[in-house]
Design a protein around this ligand. Structure first.
Ligand code: URA
Length: 210
């Protein structure tokens, strides 16, 4: 089994992430940088995709050449901030199927409640990449993975931009079989569940809301 947590600390990622963390970086630049980092994360998360050989004719010769094997993979965005990572992933894997999971937190029970769930058919046969920029408490991420497993998904990775140690621990307890790939393991959560040093509210920064 691959290691549970992979931190992709490529110099380009670190540089772009520093600009994203800066509170003075505007939404348009933030979105663009997230897109660029998601290309670099996509490279890492797809590193072990299975390959099959296919016969093709180049203008010079007939060869056996590699192509991706199996069903098209599924990208699942955890709404709404997941869409910021999704766009860049689709640049690199344009034929991927796409799903969405929408959750909100019930203020009485504090439990995540599903308000939207739609995933590609035959999800059990696909490599599923669940995307959400911020792995904070891990409660909604773990709930989203529960729902994907209930729908039949078996081969899942969780891709995020920033992770808090608390969220990584929660995911490891709930879903030890789901590797996490992130651009940074930050220091901690604050008392209201924000990642420190973090970058603030990812959804607000992507979409320019407050
Ligand atoms: N969600 C965010 O957008 N930011 C955090 O720091 C934590 C959760």
């Amino acid at each position: 089994m691959p290691q549970h947590l992979t931190v992709v600390n490529h110099p380009l990622i670190q540089h772009k992430l520093t600009i994203m963390r800066d509170k003075n970086t505007p939404s348009n630049q933030f979105r663009q940088l997230l897109r660029e980092i998601s290309h670099l994360l996509a490279y890492e998360v797809t590193r072990n995709l299975p390959i099959t050989m296919k016969t093709i004719d180049t203008p010079m010769a007939t060869i056996e050449a590699p192509k991706l094997d199996g069903k098209k993979l599924a990208l699942v965005s955890i709404l709404r901030a997941g869409n910021g990572l999704l766009d860049g992933m689709l640049d690199l894997i344009p034929s991927a199927r796409v799903g969405f999971v929408g959750l909100y937190r019930d203020e009485a029970t504090l439990k995540p409640v599903k308000y939207y769930f739609k995933v590609p058919s035959e999800i059990d046969k696909r490599f599923v990449i669940a995307v959400d920029p911020m792995l904070a408490t891990g409660n909604s991420s773990a709930a989203a993975i529960d729902m994907l497993k209930e729908a039949g998904a078996k081969n899942i990775v969780f891709l995020c931009l920033l992770a808090a140690p608390e969220g990584v621990a929660r995911m490891k307890e709930a879903h030890p079989d789901v590797p996490i790939i992130t651009a940074s393991l930050d220091e901690k959560l604050n008392e209201v569940g924000y990642i420190v040093p973090g970058l603030g509210d990812a959804g607000d920064r992507i979409f320019g809301t407050q």
